[in-house]
Design a protein around this ligand. Sequence first.
Ligand code: SF4
Ligand code: SF4
Ligand code: SF4
Length: 594
Amino acid sequence: MENVTLTINGQKVSAPAGSTVLKAARQAGIDIPTLCNHPALAPVGICRMCLVEVKGMPTFQPACTFLVNEGMEIQTESPPLVEARKFVLDMLFSERNHFCMYCEMSGDCELQNLGYRYGIDHWVYPTYTKRFPVDSSHKNLVMEHNRCVLCWRCVRSCAELTANHTLDLRKRGIDSMIHADSHLPFGESSCISCGGCAQICPTGAIFEKRSAFMGRGKLAEHVKSTCSRCSVGCGLEIYIRGGNVLRLEGDWDGAVNGGRLCQKGRFEPLSETRPRVTQPLLRRNGKIGPASWDEALQSVAAHLGNIAAAEIGVLTSSRLTNEALYLLGKLFRQELRAANVGLSDRTAPKLMDQPRGTLADILAGDVILVVGADPVKDQPVASFLIKRAADKGARLIVVDGPDNGLAAFAHQRLEMAEIGKALEFAERAEHPVVLYGAEVSEKAGEALKKLPAKAAVLALEPGANTRAAAAFGLANGFKPDAAKFLYLVPGEENWDGREELQKAGGKGFTVVQASFESALTAKADVVLPMAIWSERGGTLTNTEGRVQQTSPAVKPAAEAKPDWEILSLLAQRLGKKLGASLDELSARAAQELK
Ligand code: SF4
Ligand code: SF4
Ligand code: SF4
């Protein structure tokens, strides 16, 4: 795009034609204050904090929506502008209750920061004239209307980023309020608890219950990592204080999610109540009890030394790191020649030699086919992208049963047998996007293989790190009946209800590598305590094949060890040289994932 030259505060600035004045200024390192603006949202220019003087214009203009022009002369901090901003702030501070010291966001609040910046040191107008309700009916969030500045960031985030359209504005003037679904209590609304509105609210008007009043986010340590709850692989920021995880936020720089998270990524990891396995356990004389790592690993190694390959059974969660899955594959499949090795989740069939699409393609699609996958349930942030594409005019066709979470948003739902009809839409489209999952029928899979090259085609794996597990040969099915030695890795998952394990129970020697106590750990012969998502490093491979970093934010609980380290120690105990350090394992795993 062509560049234009303008002057901001006497400084010559060059910016692409079509940029806003705000963008051009920020690119040149010139700060213009904002409140309703957020880089992830379309600008609306409603708060009037970013007003600037444009030479030749009779009134101040909002920098966030005003476009640059060749030769334009701009002032951003002149005395009249400062007065105008102070006036806006005086009104905002007076309109509702902004007694900052009682607010969850004090110290992290954008309104408070602007108050300091412009020297707001007293109330110019009568204040706190009207009390607004506090809605705490939501499981995870509080809506504190008294702190709201009506910037609409929450409304826009819910619509533009999550595509859920739960929030809106009701009433007018001084009575204006954010509301959910035509004024339902927040907790009874259509909110899907993505938490995006709380993350983007500039004040303490929507905040998370769990981390409220536990300390300023600004003072917490922030560790960037990747969510391991599903195969989207959203970028996370883990907020830590005093060695504890305070809360999780979406990483605005996240390659896949651009700041978004879903309920299971943002809230579920921190609402865990199951007791942890904190030390190795070993069954002696029929009773399971504490043991050292040395004793536990020795017991596993001794039993493995006395068992035929055909009698070994391995079942693993897909939420392990690439490094752990690499070691599981190498150790059990390659070194110990075990064939009865499986993954706890189903996998999507491989239809193309190379993936022909990415999650980012969804937003550019004009026809989106979702075949045998339910991203609302299994890959929620991908479902936000799909719903956004539909909001923008893409035709959404779901080929699956009526229970599919996207069925209500689809222009058309077809049965699997009608795949031919769905493909006709894809063939006629300019930018068709086809997302398929594990429930795609064989016949439909064959039909998808014939899609024209213009179609972006992407498998949505139901399990988190399924791509890596499959690459390391761990997705071949598991038959517990044949196994006399079971190595089970539920990790953080709860497998108590798994039918095949009920059948297998008590028949052979069972090793369980787990983070939490369960009926399975109680039945095991050896339990190896595993670190959870926030305690381990390594990498994860998302459904596009993108390898991303996961970082330890806190120390493992008591004697628990990262998934890869447990397997590395076991391999060493068996005399197998498969790599001992995380860096070495990451490099080897990455090599095989290419
Ligand atoms: S939590 Fe998410 S879905 Fe719920 S209101 Fe906020 S942005 Fe909308
Ligand atoms: S709740 Fe927060 S984000 Fe929403 S309008 Fe009020 S201040 Fe803005
Ligand atoms: S979509 Fe998946 S990866 Fe993203 S936050 Fe939700 S569970 Fe985590």
